[in-house]
Ligand binder design. Sequence first.
Ligand code: KG4
Ligand code: ZN
Length: 342
Amino acid sequence: MTTKNNYILGIESSCDDTSAAVLCNTKVLSNVVATQEVHKKYGGVVPELASRAHQQNIVPVVHQALAKANIDKKQLSAIAFTRGPGLMGSLLVGTSFAKSLALALNLPLIEVNHMEAHILAHFIKDEEMSIPPFPFLAMTISGGHTQIVKVNHYFDMEVLGETLDDAVGEAFDKSAKLMGLPYPGGPLVDQYAKMGNPHAFLFPKPKVKGLNFSFSGLKTSILYFLQRETRSNPNFAQENLEDICASIQYTILEILMEKLKDAAEQTGIKHIAIGGGVAANSGIRARLENARENLGWTTYIPKFQYCTDNAAMIGIVGYLKFLENRFTDQTVAAKARYAVGV
Ligand code: KG4
Ligand code: ZN
């Protein structure tokens, strides 16, 4: 079966991106993402608007993915979809669509955990990406997630640590918002940080036991800091934007790297993979580069289009499950909370 061309349709709708992809085994033939712009003016994702936009996008996005891959739906071998975790209204759109299409085409249906998909995106076949060997550590960092996972095998994963409150992307975005930057502010903080002094201002790091994270305290301390400074200089944030961004980014990266190093030490694993939208951050990439040289790590970062929410990562999990006949039936329901490795 493995030598044959299996065509998998992946569907992702867990948050604010409607995406569909077609894979031929581990190779991505198409990966279409409709990013919902409607949330920008609200400074964050509005769940009700997200579900409505998914409803509008899902048919054209799937259509485009098939067309770009030059595959007729009759050629598909299976349909994989994100079952959770995510926003319930958003998940329902992709789940219902995938179930209906599988029923209509009489195809096997495969449910995918979105967080496991972020990790297994490393197994997409691409000349510019290398594949981590088992076991490896995966750190998923995005607007919705912050997690360190020990990956023993495709479907044998252990969560070593995760955020107890905000995700790291939220820490970037919320800090940016406090400085008057538009949503999502993460990429802008990264850009300004490059020109600033990371030691200009000192922000406290949270004391969290084990390998868990916390980012809500940092946000509060930035809020108080800006309020205090703005009292004596109303233009403080604008005048010191580069230094503030550099200092915030420095603190966030220190928090991430400290836990990642602890995880590597505790497990003795030096193959480190990262994923999620925040993996685009130039600072984290530089830190990993440094860890390669100084700690002997081998690091893995997927291409940006496979880091942010996308259906190609759903498709690759679909393919890996397809090989093991891990199918689900029509009674499957979306799951807003869905732990990794269960
Ligand atoms: O994976 P993603 O597209 O969506 C989910 O949240 O699942 O990640 C988006 C997050 C946002 O919080 C955005 O600000 C952050 O990733 N982000 C960045 C950078 N690029 C995207 N954060 C810091 N530096 C960046 N260069
Ligand atoms: Zn995600």
